[in-house]
Ligand binder design. Sequence first.
Ligand code: PHB
Length: 388
Amino acid sequence: MLRRKFIAAGVSAAAILAATTGAQAQDTIKIGLVQSMTGTLAAVGRQVVAGARLYIQENGDTVAGKKIQLIVKDDTTVPDVARRLAQELIVNEKVNVLGVGITPVALAIAPLATESKTPTVIMVSGTSIVVDRSPMFVRTSFTLGQQASVMGDWAAKNGIKKVASVLSDWAPGAEAGAVFNEFFTKAGGTITETLKVPLANPDFSPFLQRAADGKPDAMFVFVPAGQAGTFARQFIERGLTKSGVRLIGPGDVTDDDDLPGMGDAMLGVVTAGNYSATHDSPKNKAYVEAIKKANNGMRPNFISLGGYDGMHVIYEALKKTAGKTDGQAMVDAMKGLKWESPRGPISINPDTRDIVQNIYMRRVEKVGAELFNTEFATIEAVQDPRKR
Ligand code: PHB
């Protein structure tokens, strides 16, 4: 998907410019979200939109004297669909701001955002290069590198010598694997095997068997949010929780959304993640309760925060520009923002437009009757390692 060539946008620069200029005279600020509400990564869209909607519910739908209108479009987890939707949002709906989702979608939309000068918040993508693809991009999600670098270092220093990697076969998986490999081997570890599992309808079993055959101390696993439940079931079915092979990874593999249904076999799994539903702060306690209340009991995961904090950067930027939606002015206003999120303290690096956040080492434990990722160490203000 990453290598897919961009097809020319099909809309002249003049048309896009005329469309966006028209919108600025109005009193409504339109924010278009292009998110994966159905298809392979539907679980991702559900979380990020829940986060965005909650922010508006809590902070009101008026900023700097302008009414906020949220328009959510379902890209069906298909980049070509996303590009068409973004084009319609820019030209027909005259949106002032875009909020986009998964990596392939962000890559597909980058030329449109640049050409139309539409400030665009990356609310889901975890791939390093994405934020470089348009000067209009600002990221509020995370990078897999932030988590994998911390995990690689921790594993090597905590008795894990040989690791087999099992990675969902698309850009964020490749990046998680490469960064883990770099930091783990630098700290003295060895990678025995790197296995790639298809993104759509994954069957992990044969890969797990093959990885286990090399008798590693641990498996480093990246699956996207929404696939952790399936992964855990197959990991347990293969008897791997009893084999002595430890399971480690970025936070996606013990995703808070799926974790309650994964079963006690997951107890003790260690991950490096940017958010845990048990993060101990008043802000987070309120956040978890509010998301549950508004979404039939759904537990928020790390993906939801990209939407919640994504709306925060849009609101704060509008306050700074006094409601003006000029693309460059909005992006400039987002640079350097610093605030307390339910995940902890975060900021936008003014040079890279990328998120800086704590990465937490967590262990799956039972809190009351439910499984949670309990934080046991904090690595503060982690930058994307590919841009350090
Ligand atoms: C991404 O689009 O880069 C992405 C999506 C879901 C994840 C991680 C990364 O869990």
